[in-house]
Design a protein around this ligand. Structure first.
Ligand code: ADP
Ligand code: MG
Length: 363
């Protein structure tokens, strides 16, 4: 296993991309609000056609990064390039982007059709062409029968679909989304995630989406940028970030992580861990069994530790345990299958995992 690659804070090729091959590039962009550094030395290359998600907790600088790209704010330092050209002097209305921000809600006094026509009107398209374009778009987003409705007569999901349609209708070179599904309930969110994914596939449009929702990021993205306190922690595909998080922050923000820092037992692993890192294992990589099941204990590729169940949480398709072992409490996640032994708080158990499932994250 290659440990060096798993701890580089950002993807190797992301920084080497030239401004020309990347559609959008942030070069050492910093944004200060008074003494608050909202975005701190951001370097990021967005590839043509990709769905890139900026993921981070509230206050990590996601919206600010998007506002800088949209031209609603200017960098304190650094520069942004679109198709190889600096946009420092380009006002936001000349950047042609499609936008779905919460502050960019639908015009409440206009019908769906009029909402969609608006960006085309702004660009000086003649009425007949506008009408054609709007009808086609309504069909593409499955809102054919809703053209005459007012926004208040639509469900949250339908409103969001209109907002997306309005952002896409003028064929923008890229699409900016800020927490686009934030206001929707869970079922609708999942449905809209699928729809957004399909729309992205169909339109092939470069999309930058900001969210604090890890599930949304994992579902939608070609690549995810994890931000923390104005800085990028790591960039990569959803699989890469989940399987090889570089830092403790990424490991814990994207999924759940058992950080084995001074756990009270010796952690076995292969290779040499990079300095400044701690071992980590994902809850679903840990197995829980009755104590001392012989075939488990004998394997030299698996480490087995005895523990005591503290809690058992039944969560639909899976069961989650908290197991005290050494001086740590590990989370164990098990998908429900028939014939599984169920453990209760106080039970003595054995937990074990493959040595190769141990990851090292920057502490
Ligand atoms: P996120 O979208 O990740 O929640 P923001 O980009 O909105 O984060 O904010 C990043 C930081 O910058 C926060 O500390 C926030 O309070 C601050 N900030 C954002 N916008 C402004 C502003 N207009 N004036 C002052 N501080 C701001
Ligand atoms: Mg925000």
């Amino acid at each position: 296993m290659n440990f060096t690659s798993s701890v580089s804070a950002v993807e190797d090729d992301a920084l080497e991309e030239s401004p020309v091959s990347a559609q959008i590039q942030f070069c050492n962009v910093t944004k200060m609000y008074g003494t608050v550094t909202a975005v701190n030395d951001l370097c990021l290359a967005v590839r043509r056609g990709e769905f890139l998600t900026i993921l981070g907790p509230s206050g990590s600088g996601k919206t600010t990064a998007l506002m800088l790209l949209a031209g609603f704010e200017s960098p304190t330092r650094g520069e942004i390039f679109i198709a190889g050209n600096s946009v420092a002097a380009v006002p936001s209305y000349r950047r042609d982007q499609g936008i779905v921000f919460q502050s960019y809600a639908l015009f409440p006094h206009l019908t769906v059709r009029q909402n969609l026509e608006f960006p085309l009107e702004m660009r000086g398209m003649v009425a007949a062409d506008r009408a054609k374009r709007v009808e086609r778009m309504l069909e593409r987003v499955h809102l054919k029968d809703f053209g005459t409705r007012m926004p208040s007569q639509l469900s949250g999901g339908q409103q969001q679909r209109v907002a997306l349609a309005r952002a896409l209708i003028a064929d923008p070179p890229f699409l900016l989304l800020d927490e686009p599904l934030g206001a929707l309930d869970r079922n609708l969110r999942e449905q809209m995630q699928l729809e957004m994914k399909n729309l992205h596939k169909e339109f092939g449009i470069t999309t930058i989406c900001v969210t604090h929702d890890q599930e949304e990021a994992l579902t939608l993205s070609d690549r995810i940028v994890v931000m923390n306190a104005g800085r990028i922690e790591q960039i990569g595909t959803p699989e890469a970030l989940y399987d090889r998080p570089a830092t403790r922050f990424v490991a814990s923000f994207l999924g759940e992580a058992n950080i084995l820092e001074n756990p009270g037992f010796k952690v076995e692993f292969e290779g040499t861990p990079p300095s400044g890192t701690v071992p980590m294992i994902r809850p679903e990589r840990v197995r829980i069994t009755a104590p001392a099941t012989p075939q488990r204990a004998e394997s030299n590729q698996r480490q087995s530790v005895s523990g005591i169940v503290q809690d058992m949480i039944y969560a639909g398709p899976l069961r989650k345990y908290h197991v005290r072992a050494g001086n740590s409490v590990l989370v164990v996640r098990e998908h429900l299958a028939s014939g599984q032994q169920v453990f209760q708080p106080g039970d003595e158990v054995s937990i074990d995992w493959l040595n190769t499932d141990i990851r090292f994250v920057v502490a």
